[in-house]
Unconditional design. Structure first.
Length: 286
């Protein structure tokens, strides 16, 4: 386990676009809970990435086309489009497949090119069937957040399934690269718990703790915008957020803003706008 930990740490140091989520996906592959994973890399990262993957006795293969960023949506997601290998655009992204067998990489590429059914692709990548089935609705509505919240019931959620945290700085998640059908999804919950145990099993205790801390931050919705507490803590009936002059009363799962004040922090993905005596939905993660 220690060797794999050191190898993955080396990979993270050499390849900046290899995210925390990619670490989780790679651990699932190494632990035989996943057959194939797909990631995106910048063109100058391919050489060190291949060297690291070879050291782990894994295989990788690039798609016969490259990606380039087309635009960024309002949720800070990058929308990409396929380009030919000989395209002269400077910003190109490799689409890379990794597996324990080169045949699995070939199979994934063939499915991506020839498979029109997103359901079969989702099952091939090991995502929960209920979430893969629900993805067709997301494609129609083009808003995974509204879809997920409409399918969710109680306001109190397990932090393991906190996909809303993905909207904020660092995009923390214990889930793979898919949209859960709801915040209550039992199969996603099981997978997230497995992934947390994998992080601990392979020595990523600090990373596991950091992700969980971020997932446990409560989120509220006001004027159709999402806001997240930043390292808040509970003291009697109050949550204190960074600036001690801002107090929020916490009673009967309702969020009541006590003080009329506008406070915007440095990161636009973690802003807070506070108004007097306004009630709004709050999602509690425990």
């Amino acid at each position: 386990m220690k060797l794999k930990f050191l190898q993955i740490q080396k990979l993270r140091a050499l390849v900046s676009s290899f995210t925390d989520r990619n670490v989780i996906e790679l651990l699932r592959l190494l632990d035989k809970k996943k057959k194939i994973l797909r990631i995106t890399l910048n063109s100058d990262e391919m050489l060190p990435f291949k060297q690291c993957i070879n050291e782990m006795s894994l295989f990788c293969k690039t798609a016969p086309y490259m990606l380039t960023i087309k635009r960024k949506d309002k949720y800070n997601n990058y929308i990409t489009t396929n380009v030919e290998w000989n395209n002269k655009l400077k910003k190109k992204i490799y689409l890379v497949y990794i597996s324990t067998a080169i045949s699995k990489c070939d199979q994934a590429i063939n499915k991506e090119i020839n498979e029109d059914d997103d359901y079969n692709l989702g099952i091939f990548y090991g995502y929960p069937r209920c979430c893969v089935k629900n993805y067709s609705k997301i494609l129609k509505n083009k808003n995974w957040i509204v879809n997920m919240l409409n399918n969710s019931n109680s306001k109190t959620k397990s932090f393991y399934n906190n996909k809303l945290a993905y909207l904020f700085n660092g995009a923390p998640s214990l889930l793979e690269d898919y949209f859960p059908c709801s915040l209550d999804c039992k199969k996603s919950l099981l997978m997230a718990k497995q992934n947390y145990k994998l992080l601990k099993k392979y020595g990523f205790n600090t990373l596991a703790g950091d992700i969980v801390e971020k997932l446990k931050r409560n989120i509220f919705i006001f004027n159709n915008k999402f806001y997240q507490f930043k390292k808040s803590y509970k003291k009697k009936d109050f949550l204190i957020i960074k600036d001690p002059s801002i107090f929020i009363s916490y009673q009967k799962k309702k969020l009541i803003i006590k003080e009329k004040k506008l406070k915007i922090f440095q990161d636009h993905r973690e802003n807070y706008i506070l108004y007097k005596e306004k009630k709004c939905p709050i999602y509690l993660f425990k």
